[in-house]
Design a protein around this ligand. Structure first.
Ligand SMILES: C[S@@+](CC[C@H](N)C(=O)[O-])C[C@H]1O[C@@H](n2cnc3c(N)ncnc32)[C@H](O)[C@@H]1O
Length: 272
């Protein structure tokens, strides 16, 4: 409730908004240093009638299946093998590491605003061509035309300006490169979000309403999350962490169930 009120106030104050999100993710990365917690998205599960193939995971990654599937849903839409990939909003690093270990990119770079999340990622995942860098989505510390694909999972809602983010994506992508992005918005903000993407100077190649896929993942993963909350989270923080994780009974979960909040994925391409 407090966070919601604060977000409403910061809606027209981009600097305050950035301060709020940075503080939250710095706190989470500093407070919860457990290596098991690698992802911070709500997850993705194909519906029974969908025939979307999903990766077979090694034993130690099965518990992260739904969060990994969100990454796979995006990354499987674009050429990754042998390409230079950037993830904007890489969080605790699990998604970039999954792409690096499994989809054979030439290089994988994660960018995140929260220093502690970047430190956590660099400490836990290493690879010759894998790195995590601190920086902002609206002012990326990269040269023009540096990447073939930008991946962006559940992060753009926090940016001070969606237009500036998209202009930065277009700048760092090579001609013909792709942006694959997935996130959620309140239903009344979806048309504005869509228009921001449509007027980004890149072309929308594909889009999908994945609210049902996210809700299925939240349902299927709820019991596992509850046992992690019981094990790792002190009781005074449990209510907030359950909300953050979109667990049963939370405002977030109910908003997806009633479609007051919509989750979508998009694939955009920069012109050749
Ligand atoms: C919900 S988490 C998702 C993390 C990751 N993509 C995942 O799925 O596990 C959102 C991430 O976006 C990052 N973020 C928020 N605002 C940002 C900004 N302006 N620039 C870069 N990263 C930002 C946060 O620090 C956080 O790590």
């Amino acid at each position: 409730m407090i966070a919601k009120a604060f977000l409403n106030i910061t809606h027209r104050r981009p600097k305050l908004r950035t301060f709020f999100w940075k503080s939250l993710y710095e706190f989470l990365a500093g407070r919860f240093r457990n290596r098991e917690w690698q992802f911070m998205n709500f997850g993705y599960a194909p519906q029974p009638h969908e025939e979307e193939p999903m990766p077979t995971l090694p034993e130690d990654q099965v518990s992260n299946r739904y969060c990994i599937q969100m990454y796979y849903h995006l990354a499987s839409q674009v050429p990754v093998e042998g390409k230079d990939i950037l993830e904007v909003g890489s969080g605790r690093g699990g998604g970039a590491n999954f792409i690096y270990q499994n989809l054979k990119p030439s290089s994988m770079t994660g960018l995140d605003l929260a220093d502690k999340a970047v430190d956590f990622s660099n400490k836990n995942y290493q690879g010759e061509s894998l790195k995590y860098v601190q920086g902002s989505a609206v002012e990326m510390p990269f040269e023009d035309n540096s990447f073939d694909v930008v991946v962006n999972v559940e992060s753009s809602h926090a940016y001070p300006s969606m237009e500036d983010f998209l202009s930065e994506v277009k700048r760092v992508l090579r001609p013909g490169g792709f942006l694959v992005t997935a996130d959620n918005r309140h239903s009344e903000k979806v048309p504005v979000w869509h228009q921001q993407l449509e007027t980004s100077g890149m072309s929308i190649i594909a889009e999908k309403d994945i609210t049902g896929n996210v809700q299925k993942a939240l349902d299927d993963d709820n019991a596992r999350k509850e046992s992690l909350v019981q094990k790792h989270v002190p009781s005074f923080l449990r209510k907030y962490i359950r909300e953050f994780a979109g667990m049963h009974g939370t405002v977030m979960y109910n908003d997806f169930a009633s479609r007051r909040r919509i989750y979508k994925s998009y694939r955009l391409q920069k012109a050749d």
